[in-house]
Design a protein around this ligand. Structure first.
Ligand SMILES: [Mn+2]
Length: 311
C-alpha cells in the first residue's frame, strides 16, 4: 500500500488532518501554528492547504464551542486563500447534538432499552457551557458536516470501524443518509448512529486487514485515516511519549489521535504521512486485554447493546 506516497502529486495543495481535539482550543492553536497553518494571531496562514478535522471537537475539554468558532472562521479565511478547512462528525458531536436536541427525554433504542442523551453526554465529558454558547448558525453548520471524505487517495473518517457501510456504499451516499438522520427527530436512529460511531479497534481484529481493504475498495483510498482510539491507549504509553501518528494494519490504516485529553500531543499530520514521523509500534503489555474496549460504560446493562454496538 506504499503506492499512496508515490501517487501524491507534487503540485497538489498540502493536506493536513487533526482529530479529537476535545475542547482543547489552546493546544490546537499551538499545533496549527507549529504546522504553519495559522499565524501568531490565530488567522489562517496555510495558503491553499487543506485541513480536515476528523471529529470529536467537543467534550472532556472546556472549549468545544470555541473550537467550532475557530474552525468556521478558518474555513472562511482559507477559502479566500484558495485553501480549505472542514470537519467530519465524530461520536461526540452526535452525542452533544443529541443532548441539545432531545435533552433528558427518555426514549427506547432499537432493542427496547430506555435511553437518554443528556445523561450519556454528561457521563462522557459533556460541557453544559458548550451547548449554551453555540449559536444556531454553528449548530446548523455542525448538523451538516459529513462523516467521511475521500481526498488525495486517503479515506478520512472519525472512527476505526466499518459501521459506516451500514449507511451506504459510497462516500456521498453515507454522508447523505447520515445528514438526513441528523435533521430528523428520530431518537432511535440518532442513538444507533452514536453507538456505531463509538465502536473501535475494528482494524486490529484478526480479519482487520480484510476489513480495511474492503472499506478502501468500497469508498476509495489507498489508506484509511482515523482518530477516536487514542495512541496512548492502544500502545499502553503515557501521553507524553506520543511523537507521531500510528500506522498499522499492513500500512492501510493511520491513527492520528495523540490522546490530547490524556496528556498527549495535538497531532497535526500532513498526508501522505512521512514514514520518518511515525510513532514506533509498541504493543500493549497484556496481549489478553480485551480488544473492543467500549468508550462508554452503560451503567444499566452493557449486555443489552445492539449487536453493532461496542461490547
Ligand atoms: Mn470518538
Amino acid at each position: 500500500m506504499h503506492e499512496v506516497y508515490d501517487r501524491a502529486m507534487a503540485s497538489d495543495p498540502p493536506l493536513f488532518v487533526v482529530s479529537d481535539v476535545h475542547g482543547h482550543r489552546e493546544k490546537l492553536v499551538g499545533a496549527l501554528s507549529e504546522a504553519g497553518l495559522v499565524d501568531s494571531s490565530g488567522h489562517w496562514s496555510g495558503g491553499n492547504a487543506r485541513l480536515w478535522f476528523l471529529g470529536d471537537l467537543f467534550d472532556r475539554g472546556t472549549d468545544g464551542a470555541g473550537i467550532v468558532e475557530l474552525i468556521m472562521r478558518l474555513a472562511d479565511e482559507a477559502e479566500s486563500d484558495g485553501g480549505l478547512v472542514d470537519s467530519l462528525l465524530g461520536n461526540h458531536e452526535v452525542l452533544m447534538l443529541g443532548a441539545r436536541r432531545f435533552g433528558d427525554e427518555e426514549f427506547e433504542d432499537e432493542d427496547g432499552n430506555s435511553r437518554n442523551f443528556m445523561m450519556w453526554w454528561h457521563l462522557n465529558g459533556g460541557q453544559d457551557d458548550d451547548v449554551a454558547r453555540l449559536n444556531s448558525k454553528q449548530v446548523n453548520w455542525l448538523l451538516n458536516r459529513p462523516v467521511m471524505t475521500y481526498v488525495a487517495d486517503h479515506l478520512l473518517v472519525h472512527t476505526d470501524t466499518v459501521e459506516y457501510a451500514a449507511y451506504g456504499r459510497s462516500v456521498a451516499g453515507v454522508n447523505k443518509a447520515i445528514r438526513k438522520i441528523m435533521k430528523s427527530n428520530d431518537h432511535a436512529k440518532w442513538w444507533l448512529l452514536f453507538r456505531r460511531l463509538t465502536i473501535r479497534h475494528r482494524f486490529e481484529a484478526e480479519d482487520g486487514a480484510e476489513q480495511a481493504a474492503a472499506m478502501l475498495d468500497c469508498f476509495g483510498g489507498a489508506q484509511l485515516v482515523h482518530g477516536h482510539s487514542t495512541i496512548p491507549d492502544r500502545l499502553g504509553l503515557p501521553g507524553d511519549q506520543v511523537i507521531g501518528p500510528r500506522r498499522y494494519c499492513e500500512s492501510m490504516v493511520l491513527c492520528v489521535d495523540g490522546g490530547i485529553y490524556q496528556g498527549g500531543p495535538c497531532l497535526v499530520v500532513e498526508l501522505p504521512v512521512d514514514p520518518a514521523l511515525l510513532q514506533p509500534e509498541r504493543l500493549p503489555e497484556s496481549p489478553d486485554a480485551p480488544d473492543e474496549t467500549p468508550e462508554l460504560v452503560d451503567p444499566d446493562d452493557v449486555s443489552s447493546e445492539p449487536a453493532t454496538g461496542a461490547t
